[in-house]
Design a protein around this ligand. Structure first.
Ligand code: GLA
Ligand code: ZN
Length: 672
């Protein structure tokens, strides 16, 4: 949670170092008019703040900070360390990264430094300290934003050396490393840590050891955490009461965000859905952000108030779309609504990126009007849902190690190369989203006991303790749903010895003898048996596990191929609970029916009944029980609030019973 927040922070990235005084004054007027109460800056101003090594120029920023104070605008102060000055790269070329192809890169990009470079870290900590010292008593400082969208992988000699040290700390001895990596395969035995190479392009084909890839991604997460901490430590020292975060890029695959956010006071991320994105996929990512810190609220640090410049077709956001996306973020746990950017730059890559204030420079634009309307609404809502949590009885396990092992590290090792973890996991989410069944995205290290139903799709990597945790959950009465490719590997991606599904063999009560990959076009059929969804038939894809029940009950058999009539979906009673095993990837109809059936079994219900594409989400804090209602339909829709009574915080109206909602409209209902 954001410490001491008394309002929804509304505003975003502002780059006033591009503007003259008169423009900035005009911006203050426009900000007030739009209800903007927070600016994030100066994300890219290192070169301006430190014109040469150790020589700082903060006066221009001081003047701005005074203006924000006068205008009652809060500040999210960014350390400008995402783009080091050209002089720094020139003087200390070791700060520049080496890419996967082994090429030393030249200056000119952003987020373009080696996270392990001691010189980069020294200079970054130095400017962070200057800022923290200077603004520690500035009354409107409410947030720190460290650097910007970390995620550069580096393959330089420093990283090479640090990787070896990291491995030494992890494995202790080369003998142990050889054992854990099973280096006797293909003669990979090493006798010294300095024989281990980074997974650069030369090594980047299927002949390279997948375990090294996996450990490299873990190492990069740890290195990035150190780089973040290098600054956060300094900020914490001067301003212990100011919330510290760094904005997570939408490309979340690069770093293990469960680990990253342990070091952040709040999870913060940048939401840039592709034009026309399925709302369930956007909600899925928000819920993942909410899951990072165990259900605590997060920040939407950026979204575009209109088009993005970097997509092949930078579609305009349709009227009302920004409002819908904003409320959706808040419905799923965001305590902020922030834009990139407040004023459109006049040059550079982002000159045609949407902004609250466009090149036209005035308020008579559709985007400004929509943002101002939203700003006014948020003022009415005040602090009503801040810190609110979303109750959920269902969780989906999300695991970066499994993601990396299946999608990146083991390319060409698996039977089927067509693997997209995020998409595949999100299909299980969507089945719940479409029914307004709240779901938590949960780390394998999270608390399983809070849930009635846990889905563990594609949970490939079995970290020590995880099989026991899953077993305890089921034994105590929980329902576990797992799938093909789960339970197979230990934390170093070695096969769990014996019959598949490895670590899940006992609780699933099955033996998977073989797995048959399907091409993109191929389908098999799931013919339901054994009572559950009886008589129905679904289509399935991706992969077909060939299963022998070992105590489990068969719920569906394959309809085609040489394994026709053998099980593809089973359930095993274990202790007081049940383990469902899906040996294939079913169509959406199956996932919908499964979600509905298991929720009904477990007594899990949506908050209220509503028409299709009416999204409902609750946030409860110690003051209020808030229900967000989002009508994604292009026509009026309805929902049944039963006998519960609410106030709509946007319109002030009382609502109860069967209620209609206009096309594309939103209600933020406070329960009375
Ligand atoms: C990212 C960055 C911003 C900006 C936006 C543009 O999220 O953090 O600085 O470049 O993209 O969409
Ligand atoms: Zn490096």
């Amino acid at each position: 949670m954001i410490k001491n927040a008394d309002r929804i922070y509304y505003g975003g990235d502002y780059n006033p170092d591009q503007w003259d005084e008169a423009t900035i004054d005009e911006d203050m007027r426009l900000f007030r008019k739009a209800g903007i109460n927070l600016v994030t800056l100066p994300v890219f101003s290192w070169a301006k703040l430190e014109p040469s090594e150790g020589v700082y120029d903060f006066e221009w920023l001081d003047r701005l900070m005074d203006k924000f104070l006068e205008n009652d605008i809060k500040v999210c102060l960014a350390t400008p360390t995402t783009a080091q000055p050209a002089w720094l790269s020139k003087k200390y070329p070791q700060v520049l990264p080496v890419d996967k192809q082994g090429r030393k890169r030249t200056h000119g990009m952003r987020v373009f430094f080696c996270v392990n470079s001691p010189k980069y870290r020294e200079r970054a900590a130095a400017i962070a300290e200057q800022m923290a010292k200077r603004y520690q008593n500035y009354p409107n400082l409410v947030l720190w934003h460290v650097a910007n969208e970390y995620g550069t992988y580096c393959y330089c000699p420093t990283c090479q050396e640090k990787f070896r040290q990291w491995l030494k700390a992890r494995y202790g001895t080369v003998e142990n490393l050889n054992r854990q990596w099973h280096t006797c395969f293909w003669g990979r035995t090493v006798y010294d840590f300095d024989e281990i190479m980074l997974p650069t392009e030369l090594n980047d084909d299927y002949r390279f050891n997948p375990t090294v890839n996996l450990d490299y991604m873990r190492f990069m997460t740890d290195s990035t955490i150190e780089c973040f901490e290098n600054e956060a430590r300094v900020l914490r020292k001067y301003t212990p009461n100011v919330t510290i975060q760094t904005n997570i890029s939408g490309h979340i695959e690069k770093l293990d965000q469960f680990k990253m956010t342990r070091h952040m006071d709040i999870a913060a991320w940048d939401n840039y859905p592709a034009p026309g994105a399925d709302p369930s996929f956007v909600a899925f990512k928000h819920d993942l952000m909410r899951g990072l810190k165990n259900g605590e609220s997060f920040m939407m640090q950026e979204q575009s108030p209109n088009q993005q410049n970097w997509q092949p077709f930078s579609k305009l956001k349709r009227p009302g779309e920004v409002r819908m996306l904003s409320y959706q973020a808040m419905a799923h746990g965001s305590d902020t609504c922030l834009f990139f950017q407040l004023r459109q730059s006049i040059a550079g890559q982002e000159m045609y990126h949407g902004a609250v204030i466009s090149h036209a420079g005035h308020e008579n634009t559709r985007t400004f009007r929509e943002c101002a309307q939203l700003g006014m609404e948020l003022q009415k809502i005040g602090d009503a849902f801040l810190g609110g949590r979303t109750p959920a009885d269902t969780a989906i396990l999300f695991d970066w190690d499994s993601w990396w092992a299946l999608e990146y590290a083991s390319k060409r090792c698996l039977p089927n190369d067509d693997f997209n973890y995020l998409k595949k996991v999100s299909r299980f989410y969507k089945a719940h989203y479409d029914r307004n069944l709240p779901v938590d995205l949960l780390s394998v290290e999270g608390d399983f006991t809070r849930y009635k139903v846990i889905y563990a799709p594609y949970l490939y990597i079995m970290k020590p303790g995880l099989p026991e945790k899953l077993k305890d959950f089921v034994e105590a009465g929980g329902t576990l749903v797992t799938t093909t490719l789960s339970g197979l590997a230990d934390e170093n991606s070695k096969a769990v010895f014996g019959e598949y599904p490895g670590a899940l063999r006992e609780i699933s009560g099955i033996w998977v003898e073989e797995s048959d990959p399907l091409t993109k076009e191929e389908r098999n059929r799931m013919v339901m048996e054994g009572g559950f969804l009886k008589g129905a038939e679904y289509s399935c894809m991706y992969q077909c596990d060939i299963i022998h029940p070992r105590g489990a009950k068969v719920l569906a058999n394959y309809g085609d191929d040489f394994y026709k009539g053998t099980p593809c979906f089973t359930v095993n009673d274990y202790g007081a609970g049940k383990v469902y095993y899906l040996g294939t990837e079913p169509d959406s109809a199956f996932l919908d029916d499964l979600a509905a059936a298991l929720a009904a079994d477990a007594g899990v219900r949506p908050p209220y009944r509503a028409d299709a594409h009416v999204e409902l989400a609750r946030r409860i804090n110690d003051r209020n029980d808030i229900l967000f209602v989002l009508n994604h339909n292009k026509q009026e829709a309805s929902l049944d609030l039963e006998t519960d009574r609410f106030t709509d915080l946007i319109t002030g109206k009382q609502v109860t019973g069967v209620t209609t909602i206009s096309p594309n409209d939103v209600m933020v209902l406070k329960k009375l």
